[in-house]
Design a protein around this ligand. Structure first.
Ligand code: LLP
Length: 429
């Protein structure tokens, strides 16, 4: 199928010179709804989830469980769609736990990650009926002590998974690299093993799994391969009857056209996971733990765009600024990480102007792209930021006392639904 910058024509394409996203005409959507807004596609979301899950099964992995990383996009309607498809959740707060349960994700498909779980959050999770969560993914010895003490108080048994710090160096932005000992995440092998002989940690806890998560937006899988080997080796050394091995999230996407060539396909990734686990774990034991995944970005990034309107132009000698109504408070990846996102005009025209696309926020970093070649844009014209379904709305803020933007969903019947209304001034505190 013909492609425009890595996304299939069916998902984002021009029809009679007007940009369409997932069969909807963006200009018509913007005629009914005030900009800026996020626009999501159920079709793309569902397709991405299924590709991931089916890919895991096709590579021969045992009973895979895909726990969607809710921090990437916790919108309730999106989580409901994923829940219906059978997804679990990777959560990092009591808020995400409540959201996952409300959206219909069963507790036994939820993994609770994060270095700073509070006592209140731990008690909330432990009070869930039955066996409760799939696991607490434990990041420190003090956390294990606290979970064990809370479980004792409630006369429960906590299901524990250690997040191993595999001490690897993934190639990614330093802010989202998590797999080395200089990072706050995970436990070193010696600390994992040290706990095993010490009964005070385990009076009301049971080791059921081992996990890793070495970083996000990974396009090179060398460190992933090494980390899975470490996960397997330490898993065997625990001599525990592990129910699962959790390989984390992190599989990247092609934000920039130059990344399309190096983007690992889901099947390449799954085959690597399956081959590494086979070689370093399954071959060496009779245990058959299932495999857990925690993907966020790969499932939801391309299922969303951010639609903005041009407010005005400003020319300062050779610098041409196009000022838009979306700001870094709505979408902060470019300002926080210097991340590249494609900017696409809704009206197709020849690109002939180099300009900087900037928002209204009082920070120089409030810039969605510098020196971009775009058609002439005037006040009222629409422009989208591509690939904003992940770490978009979820990282937004009210900075500059701006209300949070609207979120819209194109559902499976191609109907437009408001899935989170825009905040107005009366809701700002
Ligand atoms: N599991 C754990 C324990 C995580 O910390 C994360 C992401 C994930 C899974 C999901 O990773 P993914 O598959 O989405 O790469 N705000 C940054 C990304 C931060 C990722 C934090 N942890 C960004 O916009 O690039």
């Amino acid at each position: 199928m013909a492609k425009r910058r890595g996304i299939s024509v069916k998902e984002l394409n021009y029809k009679k010179k007007k940009l369409q996203f997932s069969h909807q005409d963006i200009e018509s959507v913007a005629a009914k709804h005030k900009t800026p807004f996020f626009l999501y596609s159920e079709e793309i979301l569902s397709k991405n989830y299924s590709t991931f899950y089916e890919g895991a099964k096709a590579s021969g992995l045992i009973d895979p469980l895909v726990c969607f990383a809710m921090k990437s996009n916790p919108n309730k309607e999106l989580i409901k769609i994923l829940a219906k498809l059978g997804s679990g959740a990777d959560i990092v707060s009591g808020g995400e736990l409540k959201r996952a349960l409300e959206a219909g994700i069963p507790a036994n498909k939820i993994v609770f990650s994060g270095v700073g779980k509070t006592e209140e959050e731990i008690l909330f999770a432990l009070k869930l009926p039955g066996k409760g969560l799939n696991s607490f993914n434990v990041e420190s010895l003090e956390e294990l002590e606290l979970i064990n003490a809370c479980a004792k108080r409630l006369k429960k048994i906590a299901r524990i998974c250690f997040r191993l710090n595999p001490v690897v160096n993934p190639k990614t932005h330093k802010y989202i690299s998590t797999g080395n000992k200089t990072h706050k995440f995970g436990l070193l092998e010696k600390d994992v093993l040290k706990t095993l002989g010490q009964s005070h940690y385990w009076s009301h806890s049971q080791l059921v799994g081992l996990s890793i998560h070495i970083g996000s937006q990974l396009l090179d899988l060398k460190a992933t391969k090494k980390a899975i080997q470490r996960l397997s080796e330490v898993g065997l050394k625990t001599k525990a009857p592990l129910e699962f091995l959790d390989v984390g999230g992190g599989l990247g996407i092609d934000y920039h056209p130059d990344e399309t060539k190096k983007l690992p396909s889901v099947s390449t990734y799954m085959n690597l996971v399956a081959a590494s686990l086979e070689k370093h774990f399954y071959k060496k034991t009779d245990l058959r733990p299932r495999v857990v995944f925690e993907p966020g970005r790969r499932i939801v990034a391309k299922a969303g765009i951010f639609v903005m309107k041009v407010l005005r132009n400003k020319v300062s000698e050779q610098n041409h600024f196009v000022i838009v109504d979306g700001g870094m408070n709505d979408f902060m990846r470019p300002s926080l990480y210097g991340a590249f996102h494609d900017l696409i005009p809704v009206n197709e025209a020849k690109a002939k102007h180099e300009c900087h696309i900037v928002g209204p926020i009082c920070e120089t970093s409030d810039c969605f792209g510098s020196n971009r070649l775009l058609p002439a844009l005037k006040a009222g014209d629409l422009l989208i930021i591509k690939d904003t379904g992940a770490y978009g709305y979820s990282m937004g803020s009210n900075y500059n006392l701006r209300g949070r933007p609207l979120e819209l969903l194109i559902d499976s019947k191609n109907k437009l639904k408001v899935v989170n209304k825009a905040q107005d001034y009366s809701e700002l505190t």
